[in-house]
Design a protein around this ligand. Structure first.
Ligand code: BGC
Length: 805
């Protein structure tokens, strides 16, 4: 069963019922102010940091699924309803939600009145805008009452939901004309405030939740709305809200528009007060912007232009509409969102926990860097500065303070390597070799350049190897749930921090594959920059790990996954459960191990035979049925969920890449399309948003095989974009130009890619008359045949490329 469809013309996803199998959300914000907004308006917003500067309260894991949000109630005579149906639940005559790039619009109709709520975060202002439009399609005058309802969070979202004995007494607001200011702690320790403003004459307001709702009414039937009048309440502690009521009178056949702005402002210490009172000048100024008649139109055009520009860096025209939808719109959009959010705020990530993960943020750059290389550069410098001189890194860091998260610490031994991958990917995209000499401090030392950081990352593996000469795993590698040194036996112990990071026995074959892969990139970089000593060193160290994998990483039919703290193999035919894992197959093949002697092909054949299902490839088989203290969290999940044999979408993309490396075009595309949202067949079963990737889909050992969880914030977004745009469609940014090396499925006979690269606009037309899965026969640049498959950097505005497979 389906609940919506793509409108590619408008770059929107259209949802036609409010009761989706889970709230289907969208994100707004491109700078510092971000919002999460569901198809019924639930969600919240924050300035920079979802934990420390949250403007609106959101109750996670609440019932009904869509509870806290920004709601607009309409009172029409004796009836009350919401534009998005909820929370009032009054049946509507029609409903539609369009999620677009950086905005959403919910439209509905009731009793002859068409209403809509258009919500977005404009460029250049730290605010969320809600434009409410009414159209009277009846023959008589309509007199309605409109009530807005927003519940403030007392800034620190964790404290807000835990420290009630204090928080029920600190909430403060101020009301001035059509402004409501949320000023909790402003007079004491904060320099920031939130405000709610509307552009019309208001009939009344409420700032105290209980006065508006009534303590026992709930959001379904707020007291003020039922009575048809705001109570003009001022919150003294308890739960401050922003609600304004407006009398709306609409003549037959006419429309009315009302704008509500929820904003954030901060003042310099010396400007905090004016004549002893909080200084709200900045809010007045922002609100003034909205007095312009056509402001909404202008702001939406600006947003559209922003996206036109970003998406024009990579555009595909092909006969596969679903592929076009993914590549040109939704996958790139998700990459932008994961770049901004990392794993902090979604409907599955509470915004108080994981912040910006080191490995996550580095990988997010891979699918984002071609969009805005400059922003990727800033992020790389922030991330690298949380590295220690010995190459180890903080596992997470805070976007507001840019400091590492000491609660989790470090010890995840794959982490440092992702920095090498992301920095070199950035250089290949931008040509900015200067980043290598950029001064970037270490967490524990003031000196260092970016190049030093790359070497520190590399040496961290070189200096931390185990008994088989393979990289030590530390707390865990990419698979955060394979905790080989935790040995946790008590409930409540965190698998991420329990035990030791310093185990000298447990090793990871996946880190080995990743190390060899990034070593090759590093060698190429060092060669390019004339550092032959460095190049030789990297090659030598990489070769040692290749030998270790050859000796101890091959199991006969596939690559071993790891060795536990007792030196026993994991992901081997010797094991009863977890005989084969996906990650080491992907990474060892991508690293080129066993390409020449058939092992790489054999490993991928084993993946297809043992791990592949119709919904995607599961992480390992057979699943763990009991808890294994030597393995940790992975065996604590029921079979088929998460890392315990779930379809963990992120690593499916590595198999796509590995299959492409082997020239298996049909197989690579099959792996890609099994998890790509546009190809989802049953949205009801899939449950989460059908326009973005989810972290995982329940595997075939689960009771709910095919059901997805943890949508939006996943490395799947970046990796699937890389897998499709580079490994399948074959356009690889390299130091000296664009490499063309497609690996194609049978149905892609020809396509055109418009790619902006280092200031030149390329139109690359690929045709495959011979049905080749791999292998470029000829490339013509502006009509001239070239040798090899690299399109060099040309000093031209536009270049036409003709590729024949
Ligand atoms: C984490 C990643 C991790 C992955 C696999 C995700 O939830 O954010 O850092 O690599 O799970 O365990």
């Amino acid at each position: 069963m389906n609940y919506g469809y793509f409108d590619n013309e408008k770059r929107e996803y259209v949802i036609d019922v409010p009761e989706t199998p889970y709230p289907w959300i969208n994100y707004f914000g491109l700078e510092n102010f971000f919002s999460l907004f569901s198809n019924t308006g639930s969600g919240y917003c924050f300035y920079k940091d979802a934990r420390l500067r949250r403007l609106l309260r959101y109750r996670y894991n609440d019932v009904p699924a869509t509870s806290t949000g920004r709601y607009f109630y309409i009172k029409d005579g004796g009836e009350i309803y919401n534009i998005a149906k909820y929370p009032a639940k009054t049946p509507l005559d029609s409903y539609e939600c369009r999620h677009g790039l950086g905005y959403s619009k919910i439209s509905s109709s009731k009793n002859g009145v068409e209403t809509s709520q258009l919500a977005y975060v404009p460029l250049g202002i730290n605010a969320e805008v809600h434009v409410i439009n009414f159209k009277n399609t009846t023959d008589s005058l309509k007199n309605l009452k409109l009530f807005s309802y927003f519940e403030f969070c007392l800034w620190d979202a964790l404290d807000d939901q835990t420290n009630f004995q204090r928080n029920y007494s600190i909430g403060q607001v101020e009301v001035e004309d059509n402004f409501i200011f949320h000023v909790t702690e402003y007079r004491e320790r904060r320099n920031h405030y939130a405000y709610m403003w509307s552009n019309c004459d208001i009939a009344g307001f409420d700032t105290d939740r209980e006065s508006f709702l009534g303590l026992y009414n709930g959001l379904e039937s707020p007291k003020a709305v039922c009575e048809g009048a705001s109570a003009n309440s001022i919150a003294h502690g308890w739960a401050p809200i922003a609600s304004q009521s407006v009398e709306v009178s609409i003549a037959p056949g006419t429309e009315k528009e009302i704008i509500f702005v929820l904003g954030y402002e901060k003042n310099a210490e010396e400007d905090k007060f004016k004549e002893g009172e909080p200084n709200f000048e900045k809010a007045y100024k922002s609100a003034l912007t909205f007095k312009r008649e056509d402001i909404v139109k202008i702001q939406l055009i600006e947003l559209k232009r922003y996206w036109d520009d970003v998406l024009s860096n990579y555009n595909l025209e092909s006969s596969d509409d679903k592929l076009n939808t993914m590549i040109n719109i939704w996958n790139q959009y998700q990459c932008m969102v994961t770049f901004h959010m990392s794993r902090s705020a979604s409907f599955f990530e509470s915004g108080v926990g994981r912040g910006m993960g080191f490995r996550d943020s580095n990988q997010d750059i891979l699918g984002f860097v071609h969009q805005i290389p400059k922003k990727a550069r800033e992020r790389l410098i922030d991330i690298a500065a949380t590295q220690f001189k010995d190459g180890s890194v903080y596992h997470q860091y805070q976007p507001l303070t840019k400091k590492g998260n000491a609660d989790i610490g470090g010890g995840f031994n794959d982490d440092p390597l992702w920095l090498i991958l992301s920095v070199i990917t950035y250089i290949k995209e931008s040509g900015d070799f200067a980043i290598l000499s950029e001064k970037v401090k270490y967490e524990d030392k003031p000196d260092g350049t970016m190049k030093d950081h790359l070497f520190a990352s590399f040496k961290h593996v070189v200096n931390n190897k185990g008994p088989h000469g393979l990289p030590l795993i530390g707390r865990a590698d990419w698979n955060d749930c394979l905790n080989l040194n935790a040995h946790s036996t008590k409930p409540g112990e965190s698998f991420q921090t329990h035990g030791t990071a310093d185990g000298r026995v447990a090793e990871s074959v996946m880190i080995a594959g990743l190390f060899i892969y990034v070593a090759e990139m590093m060698e190429e970089l060092l060669k390019k920059t004339g550092d032959s000593k460095g190049e030789k060193y990297v090659r030598k160290e990489s070769q040692k790990v290749v030998e270790a994998v050859n000796l101890h990483g091959w199991d006969g039919e596939w690559f071993v996954r790891a060795y536990d703290a007792y030196g026993a193999p994991i992901g081997s035919k010797e094991c009863d459960e977890g005989k084969i894992f996906i990650e080491s197959q992907g990474w060892c093949v991508m690293a080129g191990i066993g390409l020449d002697d058939g092992r790489a092909k054999k490993a991928i054949d084993s993946v297809e035979k043992i791990l592949e299902t119709e919904q995607g490839i599961v992480l390992q088989q057979p699943p763990y049925l009991t808890y294994h203290e030597n393995l940790g969290e992975i065996s604590s999940y029921p079979p088929g969920y998460k890392e315990n044999a779930g379809i963990f979408c992120h690593n499916n993309s590595w198999i796509t890449c590995a299959q492409a490396k082997l020239g298996m075009g049909d197989a690579a595309f099959r792996t890609y399309s099994k998890i790509a949202p546009a190809y989802i067949k049953d949205q009801k079963l899939h449950k989460t948003e059908p326009y973005v990737y989810s972290q995982m889909i329940a595997g075939r050992d689960a009771a709910t095989f095919g059901e997805a969880k943890n949508s939006w914030l996943t490395g799947t977004a970046s990796w699937c974009f890389v897998a499709a745009s580079q490994w399948i469609l074959g356009i690889y940014p390299e130091f000296d130009g664009l490499k063309i090396d497609p690996c194609l499925p049978e149905h892609l006979k020809e396509y055109t890619i418009k790619r902006k690269f280092r200031g030149t606009q390329y139109a690359i037309h690929v045709s495959n008359p011979n049905n080749a899965q791999k292998g470029v026969k000829e490339i013509k640049i502006d009509g001239e045949i070239v040798v090899g498959n690299i399109i060099p950097i040309l000093d031209k505005a536009e270049v036409m490329v003709e590729v024949t497979m």
